[in-house]
Design a protein around this ligand. Structure first.
Ligand code: BG6
Length: 295
């Protein structure tokens, strides 16, 4: 363990790695390899975490960065399967902590196939999350096919961002991109101009590698009034934009009724027909690189 990281007992007694590096601080739970906090030095917290999150091994954490794998949303044809896959419910193994470039602190965690995962998904695999907490939050999720047949998997870094008031936010970068509207019978629509959140929003922007920017003039923190969050993606063909709005927030037991204005998910993913396909021995990494700018 490097001196900038320590294993702590986090919420609910769940084990987590706390990083305190020159360029940034962060927290990642071994439960789900779930990043729960990221504070670049001299800035405010960037991620959102629900006060109603349930901190137990059989539930995903609400907020931060859940890892969705190997399916996204409900599993087709199997309503009893865990939503967004099993990765966010498994205890991952801590591989290493180390100083990273530019004053960051880096944590590597790993999940391998076991009897439990094979019950849901009959593949041998290894999944590694390498997360660097610094001025940038750099998350790299590498999937390796360790079996003898090809595999196909959906995956997402389901990032929850803290915003001042989601109704005042503009999301740039997806102009002209086709999306599937999950709130309107999965209809395909074309994005025109920046995205504004004015109702329940649950959209899969497809076949786009574009960087996404959340412009948030309503942010009021200790260090900034107004901010911009920039999300650059690699090997990510899709981006999901989600805010539950009023009724859905009320319906979720682990989400406060009044919390929805303060959060926005912009997710780095490969879903539906963009699911990653790997032959035996192949590996590929999905990457999200996030940083802040002042307005
Ligand atoms: C989003 C999905 O990514 O995650 C939504 O597009 C879903 O449909 C949301 O409601 C939250 O999912 P969960 O399983 O964490 O409640």
């Amino acid at each position: 363990m490097s001196h900038l990281a320590s294993v702590i007992s986090g919420n609910g007694g769940l084990q987590a790695v706390r990083v305190q590096a020159p360029a940034g601080a962060g927290l990642v739970y071994l439960h789900g390899a779930h990043v729960a906090q990221w504070i670049p030095t001299g800035a405010d917290e960037v991620l959102w975490l629900s006060a109603k999150s349930q901190w137990t091994p059989d539930k995903p954490i609400r907020g931060g960065v859940p890892i969705c794998f190997p399916w996204f949303g409900p599993r087709q044809g199997d309503p009893s399967a865990p939503a967004h896959g099993f990765a966010r419910l498994k205890q991952w193994t801590l591989e290493s902590t180390a100083p990273g470039p530019d004053g960051a602190g880096v944590v590597s965690l790993r999940l391998d196939a076991d009897d439990d995962t094979r019950r849901w998904w009959p593949h041998e695999f290894s999944l590694r999350l390498r997360v660097a907490f610094g001025a940038t939050l750099d998350m790299r999720l590498e999937l390796e096919n360790r079996g003898t047949s090809s595999l196909q998997a959906e995956q997402a870094l389901h990032t929850y961002f803290a915003v001042g008031d989601v109704r005042q936010v503009a999301i740039h970068g997806l102009d002209g991109v086709t999306y599937i509207d999950k709130t309107d019978a999965m209809k395909e629509k074309l994005q025109q101009g920046p995205i504004r959140i004015t109702a329940e929003t649950d959209r899969v922007y497809t076949r786009t590698a574009a960087a996404v920017t959340i412009e948030d003039p309503s942010w009021t923190g200790t260090h900034a009034q107004g901010r911009r969050i920039l999300i650059a993606r690699e090997n990510s063909a899709d981006a999901v934009v989600w805010n539950p709005w009023i009724a859905k927030a009320k319906a979720m037991p682990d989400f406060g009724d009044d919390e929805w204005p303060g959060m926005l998910c912009v997710e780095t993913c490969n879903v539906k027909d963009q699911a990653v396909r790997l032959n035996p021995g192949e590996a590929r990494a999905l990457t999200a690189r996030i940083h802040l700018e002042r307005l």
